[in-house]
Design a protein around this ligand. Structure first.
Ligand SMILES: [Zn+2]
Length: 306
């Protein structure tokens, strides 16, 4: 079709030359002769032009546009080049959404168990953090303010790994024996140490020895903290036996349990790989308290997930 359009343009040019550029506007247009070599009449040329590809039409339009105005006027309308499409391009289609965007199942933590470690951080806490990292498990640390001040980098490591950090008072007294002012000072000093180390105030507290009364719960609640006790006591501090600690933790834990341990005892740290494997074998998932109980009520006492 390009040949047809080019032939048409050449023909028109020759007509122009023959007619002379001084032909007055409105002069009679000479009848188009047969196109040599093509054998097409002007009617057929018109059809070919309409049928031609966009490229052929573009070539013809360029040739036509180059003609002097009087000549262009002399070209019959039906064989003038089609106007280029001036309609705006349709807007770019929005980026197609992937048809099968994976939708993660909602994490209900239905099978979660909270492993909690009290009284640190101490030197061996780093070994425990190594184990939790290696086994991709999260836990909770109820830390004592004096130990926080001695090991602030360990707290930052807990935070970076996504473990929950809770307040276990500043120096581990029996809170019910203290005045309200004394209870408040223990909580405030420990929270201050944690905040200084990590930049984040704790929202959980655990009273030493699990001893609390209404004043302790109220003091925690007034500071935006919930009280975490436990429903599984491994008595790891009494026996200091890794196998026994593992057996008690795995046998007694059920979905939603809170397990009490102490990371100041090396035998407890030794038990942790066995505990994580054992819980997983039961279909349970070790998790942090923040994962297990996502929106705890301040001042409320939890022994496990309600
Ligand atoms: Zn303790």
């Amino acid at each position: 079709m390009n040949r047809v359009a080019a032939a048409t343009a050449a023909l028109l040019c020759s007509l122009v030359l023959a007619a002379g550029t001084a032909a007055p506007a409105g002069a009679a247009v000479p009848a188009l002769p047969e196109i040599p070599g093509v054998g097409a009449s002007s009617k057929q040329v018109q059809q070919y032009t309409q049928m031609s590809s966009d490229a052929a039409n573009d070539a013809w339009r360029r040739g036509y546009t180059a003609l002097p105005q009087p000549v262009r006027d002399a070209v019959p309308r039906e064989i003038r080049p089609a106007e280029p499409t001036t309609a705006p391009l349709p807007p770019a289609a929005p980026q197609q959404q992937r048809a099968f965007e994976p939708t993660p199942a909602p994490d209900t933590c239905a099978n979660c168990v909270a492993l909690t470690f009290d009284d640190g951080p101490v030197g061996d806490t780093s070994r425990l953090l190594d184990i939790l990292d290696r086994m991709h498990a999260r836990a909770t640390f109820f830390v004592v303010g004096t130990n926080v001040n001695a090991n602030p980098a360990t707290l930052r490591r807990m935070q970076a790994a996504g473990h929950t950090i809770g307040n276990h008072t500043f120096n581990h007294p029996r809170l019910p024996l203290l005045t309200e002012g004394g209870i408040g000072a223990q909580l405030d000093d420990a929270s201050g140490a944690i905040t200084q180390a990590t930049g984040t105030a704790p929202r959980w507290m655990r009273p030493p020895y699990g001893e609390y009364d209404g004043r302790v719960a109220a003091a925690a609640g007034a500071r935006g903290m919930s009280v975490a006790i436990w429903d599984v006591d491994t008595e790891d501090w009494r026996y200091r036996d890794a196998q026994r600690t593992c057996r008690v933790a795995v046998d007694q834990a059920r979905a939603g349990s809170v397990v009490l341990m102490h990371d100041i005892h090396p035998a407890t740290v030794d038990a942790v790989p066995c505990i994580i494997d054992g819980l997983r074998a039961k279909g349970l998932r070790p998790a942090s308290l923040d994962e297990l109980i996502k929106q705890p009520a301040a001042g409320h006492v939890y022994t496990r997930r309600p």
